[in-house]
Design a protein around this ligand. Structure first.
Ligand SMILES: NC(=O)C1=CN([C@@H]2O[C@H](COP(=O)(O)OP(=O)(O)OC[C@H]3O[C@@H](n4cnc5c(N)ncnc54)[C@H](OP(=O)(O)O)[C@@H]3O)[C@@H](O)[C@H]2O)C=CC1
Ligand SMILES: O=C([O-])CC(=O)C(=O)O
Length: 266
């Protein structure tokens, strides 16, 4: 039985707990949330993970794996120290690596702890193909993220426009994956993932679109290189608890956890 510390108890965290309830190979024994979130998290996990303690940092002992589903700030606060202590970590907030030096810090921490940090594919597919294609050389990688207007609330997309009354699809951002991930920390983790698997944060072109004509989170990746080319379109259903976040992110995190304990991984 693998003992897991889950960082974050929001839309992804609670859906993960629901999905792995009763899984004999995985036990979430600790749930890490900010100080002010402890009471709410205790209520939320009372039935989903009654054996888990709700804490404000990863416990010093009794943990085999750390799974982050909290947000960019949690990487520095919790993932870096856990790696240094030798705990393997699974990370959903891949966009955090857009911050200068953080990718290198994660690598150094994992080396110091003789462990590994795994960046999950999350809401996007074809990361395996893209990362493999990189070995042969990539020429161009473009990512387009299209979500309903309400998914962009609380972001710079609100500047100069009223998302609630948007009538036409509107490009709210065009630029590098690094800028996208840093300006839209809750909406453009996928941009960072695609770029880290492919041409890097600065050479991957990103477009983000608020579109009143869609109900799903639509992610498109176009890649060209020595391998040939591909175009991928994902039409992801969002989690009811958070319109910014695709349900596939939860399934991706659960897959990563199960692959750690399964006798055969795919
Ligand atoms: N790779 C991918 O494809 C995707 C990645 N993501 C990433 O996953 C993150 C979580 O998504 P989602 O669950 O929908 O978001 P929610 O806002 O629903 O939940 C976030 C949770 O994390 C907690 N939290 C926030 N900061 C910290 C911290 N420093 N330490 C511990 N816990 C913290 C929050 O606590 P409280 O409520 O008390 O503030 C809350 O419980 C996103 O911010 C994004 O970075 C999201 C979608 C796709
Ligand atoms: O869940 C999604 O559809 C994508 C997302 O929010 C992100 O990339 O941060």
């Amino acid at each position: 039985m693998m003992r897991v510390a889950l960082i974050g108890c929001g839309a992804i965290g609670t859906s993960m707990l629901e999905l792995i309830q009763g899984d004999a190979t995985l036990a979430v024994v600790a749930i890490v949330v900010p100080d002010f979130g402890v009471a709410a998290a205790r209520a939320a996990v009372a039935t989903l993970a009654p054996g888990a303690e709700v804490v404000t940092s990863v416990p010093a002992a009794g943990i085999d794996l750390v799974v982050e589903a909290a947000g960019h700030a949690a990487i520095e606060a919790h993932v870096l120290p856990a790696l240094k202590r030798g705990l393997p970590c699974i990370v959903a907030s891949v966009g955090a690596l857009s911050a200068a030096g953080l990718a290198e810090q994660l690598e150094q921490a994992a080396q110091a702890g003789q462990t590994q940090v795994q960046l999950i594919a999350g809401a996007i597919g074809a990361i395996d193909a893209l990362a493999a294609a990189r070995a042969g050389g990539l020429d161009a990688v473009r990512y387009t993220g299209r979500k309903p207007p309400q998914a962009w609330t609380g972001t710079p997309a609100e500047q100069g426009r009223d998302l609630a009354t948007l009538a036409l699809e509107t490009v709210i951002f065009e630029g590098s994956a690094r800028e996208a991930a840093s300006l839209y920390p809750k909406n453009a983790n996928v941009a960072a993932t695609v770029s880290l698997a492919g041409l890097g944060l600065d050479r991957t072109r990103v477009r983000l679109i608020a579109d009143p004509g869609v109900t799903e989170n639509v992610h498109v990746v176009e890649a060209e290189g020595a391998f040939g080319s591909f175009e991928l379109t994902m039409r992801n259903k969002a989690l009811a608890a958070n319109p910014k976040t695709s349900a596939l992110t939860v399934y991706s995190a659960v897959r990563a956890m199960r692959n750690r304990v399964a006798p055969m991984a795919i």
